[in-house]
Design a protein around this ligand. Structure first.
Ligand code: 2GW
Ligand code: MN
Length: 296
């Protein structure tokens, strides 16, 4: 049932409209078992989604962290590319979290796109730089974002937009399929397997990538708060989940299914090489510079 329906063009309420069936996708999974759409190129008409969200008054907060050496290495490309591709046509507020506010590039923003630069302290362990984003995002949604934006998207900074990443990606709770795992059987997913960690799980639905997640401010607040709670519980118990915040995110999304799932077009690693089902790339992983960036 799901498969047949999903071969049709997705309409605004996720029902099927034959008249909009311009480009069905039969080569990929376009629907989760709980009937959330998985967004692939060819499944949506951009203009319809833009119009709908504009009418409904959607607005988007984008959070990104650029702490320490990641600022010089990645932030300019990230912001500059997002100005070309991220949620064009909707109001956007960037929340840039950094320990060096004065070094944030001065990017010229058009009407209805603004930036807030927020000073954060630099955690000494990189695992904490990554994990503690959950706490900062939750706090900022509570203090600021919820008063200004209907939706929130949270990004790793080591990425570059290369194609439309637009309102088709908006939903109540949105998660991204990890580019390395969407073709692999569940047994290969790198969930946390230590029963002592709050992130422990035996099985799940997908392996989601923590580099991109989003949703309504309410559901992102709930997600980030829950992940932060679990991270702190682990610290109390002297354990750390295998992939840090990503492990906790996967656990949360297994217990609270996302309402919308993004295909790996929305977070692709070009070093994977050619894949039949990737017909456009919208966000690419920037080259890792571990030698340069991960030395103490
Ligand atoms: C991270 C690792 C090692 C050394 C430095 C950092 C670091 C990260 C940093 O010095 N400054 C900084 O701002 N960050 C932020 O944390 C930045 O936004 C970055 O994109 C994010 C996650 O770190 P990253 O991109 O190096 O980790 P990945 O690409 O291996 O990320 C996956 O796994 C992480 C947990 O290990 C997170 O879950 C991440 O969301 C995943 O994509
Ligand atoms: Mn990253």
């Amino acid at each position: 049932k799901c498969h047949l329906a999903s071969a049709k063009m997705l309409t605004l309420d996720n029902s099927v409209d034959e008249s909009l069936n311009l480009g069905a996708r039969l080569d990929v999974q376009t629907c989760t078992p709980w009937r959330a759409p998985i967004i692939w190129d060819g499944m949506f008409i951009s203009e319809i989604w833009d119009q709908r969200h504009q009418t409904e008054g959607a607005s988007v907060a984008l959070t990104v962290f650029a702490v320490g050496r990641y600022l010089d290495a990645y932030l300019w490309d990230f912001l500059n590319s997002s100005e070309h591709y991220f949620m064009l046509g909707l109001p956007v507020i960037y929340y840039v979290f950094t320990d060096m506010p004065q070094k944030v590039p001065d990017i010229k923003l058009p009407h209805l796109r603004t930036m807030r630069i927020i000073n954060v302290k630099r955690h000494s362990r990189w695992q904490d730089i990554s994990m503690m984003r959950m706490k900062t995002i939750a706090d900022t949604i509570e203090s600021d974002i919820r008063h200004h934006s209907t939706h929130v998207f949270c990004f790793d900074v080591d990425q570059v937009f290369t194609g439309r990443f637009g309102s088709e990606a908006l939903g109540d709770s949105v998660a991204l399929l990890h580019a390395y795992f969407y073709h692999l059987p569940k047994e290969r997913f790198t969930y946390d397997r230590n029963p002592k960690s709050k992130a422990y799980m035996e099985t799940g639905d997908f392996y989601y990538h923590a580099a991109v997640f989003g949703g309504s401010w309410k559901s992102v607040k709930a997600l980030t708060e829950a992940c932060y709670q679990s991270i702190m519980e682990d610290k109390k118990n002297n354990v750390e989940a295998l992939w840090h915040d990503e492990s906790h995110l996967n656990k949360y999304l297994w217990l609270h299914k996302p309402s919308r799932v993004l295909s790996p077009e929305y977070g692709w690693d070009p070093s994977i090489g050619y894949m039949n089902d990737i017909q456009v790339t919208r966000l690419l992983w920037a080259p890792k510079q571990y030698e340069k960036l991960r030395v103490p």
